[in-house]
Design a protein around this ligand. Sequence first.
Ligand code: GTP
Ligand code: MG
Ligand code: ZN
Length: 301
Amino acid sequence: MIEGIITKGVGGTYTVRREAGDRILCQIRGGIRKSGVVPAVGDKVKVSESGDPDIPYVIDDILPRKNFLIRPSVANIDCLILTFAVCDPQPDLTLTDKLLVICANLNISTVLLFTKCDLDPEQADTLSDIYTSAGFKVYRSSKGKLFSSRELAEVAPSGIVAFAGPSGVGKSTVCNNILENDIMQTGDVSDRLKRGKHTTRHVELFDTKTGFITDTPGFTSLSLFDVGTDYKDVVKGYPEIMRSAGKCRFDDCRHLSETGCAVLEDLEEGKIDRGRYLRYREEYEYLYNNRNNYKRRIRPV
Ligand SMILES: Nc1nc2c(ncn2[C@@H]2O[C@H](COP(=O)(O)OP(=O)(O)OP(=O)(O)O)[C@@H](O)[C@H]2O)c(=O)[nH]1
Ligand SMILES: [Mg+2]
Ligand SMILES: [Zn+2]
């Protein structure tokens, strides 16, 4: 059996890149389908010949996943680059922070990429400061100085790197820059709605000098409740709150209004960004108040 990695899946037919670098077309063995596991881009698989000249190989086995993100659907991510524009479209920091919570809980390492910094350098500085002091690695991209292969190699020296974020922020533009090829179609931001037009529709892994990148379709909203995040796990997306929490008087402090809460003290002293804190509190309270409705969850990520 030959091992490879799924780089693309369309209508039940999968493209697998073999170790040698060539790509083959595969169908999947019925048994896998019955087990309920849906193969995803990024899956490491074992394949053998199928005997069918149209789709000459068959996926016999999917190796255990290191992690799996449902939306975008990618397995075995080594680093997720959360991509947001500083404007056009305006950044939705609630969405940014929710994605950070999800990735932290799935053990997916993340960095932030703020794009279109040429359009509003001041906003770029403000956002970079907020997230750098929270404890994240932040990169910037602008017209004329797009996020590059050199920076990509710094983010992840090998493995799978996925770009995720809202529509129209420039994910495909950055991927094209890294691949030195206009392989991904890009689209304007709508003048009327001030939103992207969902130009990218599928997920595909491309070879880079260091591993793989994948562009992903943009998305607009996300519910931590739907993906099954526990209220106790919200804090994992907030390294700055976890840092201060070590000094809280009570071990089970929720950092809402408890006496001796070091997070609230650090917030008053300006050591924690108020916007970030308020988003933590809102999400914590929402999930806490709905904690008994978890059966309604769609499915855990
Ligand atoms: N000014 C400026 N415009 C940019 C920058 N990066 C991308 N754009 C423009 O933003 C628009 C959207 O870019 P795309 O790369 O298609 O965005 P996307 O994130 O892939 O969008 P979806 O595929 O819809 O999710 C295009 O018109 C790009 O030319 C940048 O750094 N500065
Ligand atoms: Mg795109
Ligand atoms: Zn506290």
